[in-house]
Design a protein around this ligand. Structure first.
Ligand code: ATP
Ligand code: SKM
Ligand code: MG
Length: 255
């Protein structure tokens, strides 16, 4: 939901209006350094008051989670599933992987590709995603790497906070299980080409981008969880500012 494109954590959560406008206005930036992490979790005796103050602010609803899915998108093997699970655990909410839902409903993806082809896979994948995004309440939903190809899915994502995970081909070839990924099995180097074909779609739907090759899963999980906690507050602020701007520009009587 929101009218923001890719945003860096350091810059704070994005402004929010809907629908999300076209291309991104900010370059992909690196996730912030680990020191902030350490500072945020510091629990030295003299600092006991700060967490208490923070809890009270949360109690007033300052960090309510969105009442809809927070969606992870990104290229193959960027870490959507593994990081999505961790963030869900961190936030104490449900995690759903639409690839896994697809497998439960239609069988193993690699075999499905061979038997029915990619077009049929995309059709059913979009169907599975639409069903999952329609479920209300805060959840983390990780999509398959190519899900953003479907226009229907991109349209639905306008109504959701969307986290884009990015990485490099080198990192993927080092860490990912290529055999499980039909589009990479015979040609692992295809990763970069496929990313370039889809880059515009990822950027169109994303509210924030994290690099998964530059930080540990633990650091990233905390960062993304923190972003998710602040999302609603930022969105309300951005909406308020937009309404204020719009009112200021309304012609007064007689104009
Ligand atoms: N910082 C990191 N964050 C997330 N995953 C990482 C990180 N570093 C390495 N990995 C590894 O990257 C691999 C790919 O992760 P995962 O399967 O979650 O990707 P995916 O984006 O869900 O892929 P797909 O598009 O195929 O569903 C895993 O082996 C994971 O452990
Ligand atoms: O990037 C892709 O096109 C894919 C990624 C995986 O998550 C699966 O959805 C499937 O292997 C296709
Ligand atoms: Mg996955």
């Amino acid at each position: 939901m929101s009218g923001h494109r890719r945003v860096n954590r350091d810059a704070g959560p994005p402004a929010a209006t809907r629908p999300k406008p076209g291309p991104p206005t900010q370059p992909l930036r690196q996730i912030p350094a680990a020191e902030a992490e350490a500072a945020a979790s510091s629990s030295e005796p003299g600092q006991l008051r700060a967490p208490r103050r923070r809890r009270r602010r949360r109690g007033r609803g300052g960090s309510r989670l969105p009442e809809r899915a927070i969606v992870f998108v990104g290229p193959m093997a960027a870490g959507k599933t593994s990081l999505g699970k961790r963030v869900a655990r961190e936030l104490g909410i449900e995690f759903v992987d639409t690839d896994a839902v697809f497998v439960r409903k239609h069988g193993v993806i690699a075999e499905f590709f061979e038997r029915h082809g990619e077009a049929e896979f995309r059709r059913l994948e979009a169907e599975v995603i639409a069903e999952e995004l329609a479920v209300p309440g805060p959840r983390i939903v990780a999509l398959g790497g190519g899900a953003v190809i479907a226009e229907q899915t991109r349209r639905l994502l306008r109504e959701h906070p969307v986290v884009l995970l990015m990485t490099t081909q080198e990192a993927v070839l080092r860490t990912a299980n290529i055999a499980r990924r039909p589009l990479l099995r015979d040609d692992p180097e295809a990763w970069g080409r496929i990313l370039e074909e889809r880059r515009g779609f990822y950027e169109e739907v994303a509210d924030v981008t994290y690099r998964t090759d530059r930080a540990t899963k633990e650091q990233l999980a905390r960062r993304v969880a923190q972003w998710a906690r602040g999302y609603e507050r930022q969105r309300r602020r951005a909406d308020g500012a937009r309404r204020h701007r719009d009112a200021a520009h309304e012609p007064s009587e007689g104009e």
